[in-house]
Design a protein around this ligand. Sequence first.
Ligand SMILES: CC(C)(COP(=O)(O)OP(=O)(O)OC[C@H]1O[C@@H](n2cnc3c(N)ncnc32)[C@H](O)[C@@H]1OP(=O)(O)O)[C@@H](O)C(=O)NCCC(=O)NCCS
Length: 196
Amino acid sequence: MAATLHTHEPPAAPFAAAEIETARLRLRMFTPADLDALAELTSDPEVMRYIGHGRTLTRDETHANLSNIITAFRRRGYGRWALVWKETGALVGYCGLSGGSEEIGVELAYMLARREWGRGLALEAGRAVLRYGFEVLGLGEVAGLTLRGNLRSRRVLERLGMSYVRDTHFHGFECSHYRVAREDWRDTPAPFHTVG
Ligand SMILES: CC(C)(COP(=O)(O)OP(=O)(O)OC[C@H]1O[C@@H](n2cnc3c(N)ncnc32)[C@H](O)[C@@H]1OP(=O)(O)O)[C@@H](O)C(=O)NCCC(=O)NCCS
C-alpha cells in the first residue's frame, strides 16, 4: 500500500540500479518513458481500489509519482522496480521496497495491471524482491502493509511467507500489518538473477 507519502528513510545503499531477472519478468529501474504505461494502470479504478484513498490518479499525479519513484531509487540504489515481461518488455506494473515508518520499517510494495492478475506474477516478483532485500541489501526483516479489505494482496503476502502481525492505523488508513524476518524467510528454487 505504498502509494502514500513516506517519513522514514532506510540507510542508502551504494548506487547500483540493479536489475533482477525471474522466470518470466525483468525488474528494471523506471524511466520517464514509462509514464504512458504507468498512467494506464493508475487510471484503472480496480487497480487503485486499495491504493491510498482508493481513487484513480490523473496523468500529472502519476507523473509526480513516477518522478518520486525514480529519485528515491537513485538515492537509495533500490526502491520500486518496473516489472516488465522479459519477452516483450511490456510494463506489467511495479514491485519493490520502500521506507514505511518507524514502526513498520522497510515495506514491500506491488501493483499490477488488471490484465496481469491471476498469473502468479506478484508472487514471482515479490519473491525476487524479498531475496534481493535479504541477500543483497542485508535487511533483517521486510513488512507488508495492506488495506484490510484487500484480500488478494493479503493472499500474496501470506504466500510470500509473511506472518500476520496486527491490524493497525497507518497514515489514517485501516491496514493489516504483515512481516517476515530474514531468519524465517524461506527462499524457493525460483530463477533469480541480478544484473549490475
Ligand atoms: C494485489 C495484486 C498484486 C494480487 O494479484 P494476484 O494476481 O492475485 O496475485 P499473484 O500475481 O500472486 O497471482 C496469484 C494468483 O495467480 C494464480 N496463478 C496462475 N498462474 C500462477 C503461477 N504460475 N504461479 C502462481 N500462481 C499462479 C494463483 O492461483 C492465484 O490465483 P488466486 O488468487 O485466484 O488463487 C493485484 O490484485 C494488484 O496489483 N492489485 C492492485 C494494486 C494493489 O492492491 N496492490 C497491493 C497494495 S497492498
